[in-house]
Write a protein that binds this ligand. Structure first.
Ligand code: LRH
Ligand code: MN
Length: 433
């Protein structure tokens, strides 16, 4: 790839030097504050540096809605350019060493070549994602009326075969998990037989499960509506959990934060799935109304903190079968996707570190003493602690940017990509990617 611009380490060092002054001062002040709480700030820096979240390959392109997609400058045009941008995000925030691919959007001509290209940028591949919610050119059977649950067994077989192909590609890429989200459902009462559709789902998923290598996991992703607007086969965590139990020990339940009805207590669903040993992990994002796929922590940061409060409690108590996969799943319709993904990754590390600041003995006492206000105050003390200096020092010590957004903007990366990747800027056909 001739003439491809990259932000080099010396530029990041230069920018970090400019930020050194304020970071040292803030870090010392926070260290003193935490010392009073018998908390060693260095422990938290190590935890922050160890936190990783995967980038969705489909997130580095500009997203859209059914109304329009306003393509940005220097859009990645293929999986290699998507990985270039994922490499840039990783270089600046250091907490995103893996990418989650979507097939066929990212189907590689040469998976080994792709793995090497990613490896050269410090990137590996997280969970694969199948796509039986769109018809591909030349596809024999349409998914208009479903895929793994379609009444026609030839459609189900086609959908199963696609998932097996995703697993084969993933094996070459070094992935260890496969996420299955299906849009199957109905728009009208009576359109589907609810029980038969679920039986067909399990029948199809058993074939996919049987194809999993021993060290792989399959993630079932529930969603309460859209694109089906009356009923969705895998609509909630309960149905997902039933299926994961029915399939076996390699099947788990993935929580996409945008896939729940408004006001659903997602942190409680997370606690349930942790307790039941079936938490696959997350598609982190945020939303105000539906599956808005907005930037994580941008609308409900306290909910994000409460979810991490459950995760850290499980981590500290070494709960069995607790090995969640963290991924972002967002659609960037009006921002530079690289900036949104960087800032979203930072918000996840922030929530994780703040959750480690919860005084769990005090919280347990307040709960046992039936003192709700003290319990809430104990959580809020952690949530209202500004841990930004810890996050910045963790990034810098990992070779990243103290101020990733400013460093990215100073680098002129997007402008350079616009020169390298001439593409049609402006309004294009609708669709999420
Ligand atoms: C469905 C979903 C799923 C992906 C898709 C891009 O809403 O969250 O995880 O396959 O978005
Ligand atoms: Mn998702």
């Amino acid at each position: 790839m001739t003439g491809h611009f990259e932000i080099d380490d010396s530029f990041i060092d230069d920018q970090n030097r400019k930020a050194r002054a304020w970071i040292d001062e803030d870090y010392e002040a926070l260290a003193r504050k935490l010392r009073r709480q018998n908390v060693d700030i260095e422990d938290l820096v190590k935890k922050a540096a160890a936190f990783h979240v995967a980038i969705p390959s489909w997130g580095v392109g500009t997203g859209g809605t059914r109304f329009a997609r306003f393509a940005g400058a220097g859009e990645p045009r293929d999986i290699y350019e998507k990985l270039e941008d994922c490499g840039t995000i990783f270089k600046l925030v250091r907490s995103t060493p893996a990418v989650s691919l979507h097939i066929p959007w990212d189907k590689p001509d040469d998976a080994s070549k792709l793995r090497a290209f990613a490896g050269a940028r410090g990137l590996s591949f997280d969970a694969m994602n199948s796509n039986t919610f769109q018809d591909q050119p030349g596809q024999t059977h349409s998914y208009k009326f479903g895929s793994l649950t379609h009444p026609d067994k030839f459609v189900r077989e086609q959908a199963v075969a696609h998932n097996l192909e995703c697993i084969e590609i993933g094996k070459t890429l070094g992935s260890k998990a496969h996420t299955v989200w299906i849009a199957d459902g109905g728009n009208f009462p009576g359109q589907q037989n609810f029980r038969r559709a679920l039986e067909r789902y399990l029948e199809s998923m058993r074939e996919i499960y049987a194809a999993l290598p021993d060290d792989w996991r399959v993630f079932i992703e529930h969603k309460f509506y859209e694109p089906a607007f009356y009923s969705t086969v895998i609509n909630d965590w309960g149905t997902s959990y039933y299926c994961a139990r029915a399939l076996g020990p390699k099947a788990f339940c993935l929580v996409d934060l945008g896939h729940h009805a408004p006001n659903v207590n997602i942190e409680m669903i997370v606690a349930r799935l942790i307790q039941f040993g079936k938490l696959a992990g997350f598609h982190f994002n945020d939303s105000k109304y539906g599956d808005d796929d907005l930037d994580a922590g941008s609308i409900k940061p306290f909910q994000l903190f409460l979810i991490f409060n459950e995760l850290v409690d499980a981590e500290l108590n070494s709960v069995a079968n607790f090995n969640p996969a963290y991924m972002l799943d967002q659609s960037h319709n009006v921002t530079d996707p690289i900036e949104s993904l960087m800032m979203s990754a930072v918000e996840l590390v922030r929530a994780y570190v703040q959750a480690h600041l919860v005084d769990r003995d005090a919280l347990a006492d307040a709960q046992e003493q039936c003192d709700p206000l003290l319990a809430l105050a104990t959580l809020k003390q952690a949530f209202t602690t500004d841990v930004a200096p810890i996050l910045a020092v963790a990034r810098e010590r990992s070779g990243g940017a103290i101020d990733p957004l400013n460093t990215y903007r100073q680098s002129g990366y997007r402008r350079r990509k616009a020169e390298e990747r001439p593409g049609k800027k402006g309004v294009t056909a609708s669709g999420i990617v």
